[in-house]
Design a protein around this ligand. Structure first.
Ligand code: IMP
Length: 194
């Protein structure tokens, strides 16, 4: 089976291809000549994942899946959430997104947060979603220089290091994305055996 992963992030493609059976070929947007920007207008992580996956399915007619991730902070009522990528505004980057989060969290005792990934899979026009969550806390300052996004301020529960301090293999074996992909993998392997 061929499945489009609605992304051009080669790391994500490799990560997923390594996890799913070799009988499932994961291809990127570039592989199907989809070069346009895919709309992401949803107000929830679920609706964004869904929008991206349906866009590709409806336009290209190939079974596909899309993911969307957000950092949800309890004390900020779930923000930055669906707006994680552009929290500090249109011309933002990872650094000023973190700065905004740290300043909003300044003096706040409840540091609980989670990363949440939703994968939306569309097969023959039918959608099913899978969720992966990793819980942790937001630190008061940055620690570590690995990873990306909010990794340097997020410490997963049960670990003494932030995502940006731990080896990538460890992060990738406990992450929100990994957990969502595991569910996708289980579903695909069930499909194969029916
Ligand atoms: P996306 O849906 O995978 O593009 O993720 C949206 C945004 O969430 C990214 O731009 C990052 O700011 C943040 N994010 C997603 N995954 C991670 C992660 O594993 N670590 C840190 N930040 C992440």
């Amino acid at each position: 089976m061929k499945l489009v992963f609605a992304t051009n992030n080669i790391h994500k493609i490799k990560e997923v291809q390594n996890l799913v059976s070799k009988e499932i070929e994961i291809v990127s947007l570039a592989d199907i000549n989809c070069v346009e920007e895919i709309p992401e207008t949803g107000s929830t992580i679920e609706s964004n994942a869904s929008e991206k996956a349906f866009y590709v399915y409806n336009k290209y007619g190939i079974n596909c899946f899309a993911d969307d991730t957000g950092l949800e902070i309890d004390a900020l009522d779930g923000r930055p959430g669906v707006y994680s990528a552009r929290y500090a505004g249109e011309s933002c980057n990872f650094e000023n997104n973190i700065t905004k989060v740290l300043s909003e969290m300044s003096g706040i005792e409840n540091r609980k947060a989670c990363f949440r990934t939703v994968i939306s899979l569309i097969i023959a026009g039918k959608e099913i979603q899978f969720e992966g969550i990793v819980e942790g806390v937001i630190l008061n300052e940055r620690h570590g220089d690995k990873g990306f996004g909010y990794d340097s301020v997020f410490k997963p529960n049960g670990y003494n290091e932030t995502f940006a301090e731990m080896p990538l293999e460890i992060k990738n074996s406990i992450s929100h994305r990994y957990r969502a992909v595991q569910k996708l993998k289980e579903y695909l392997s069930l499909l194969k055996s029916t």
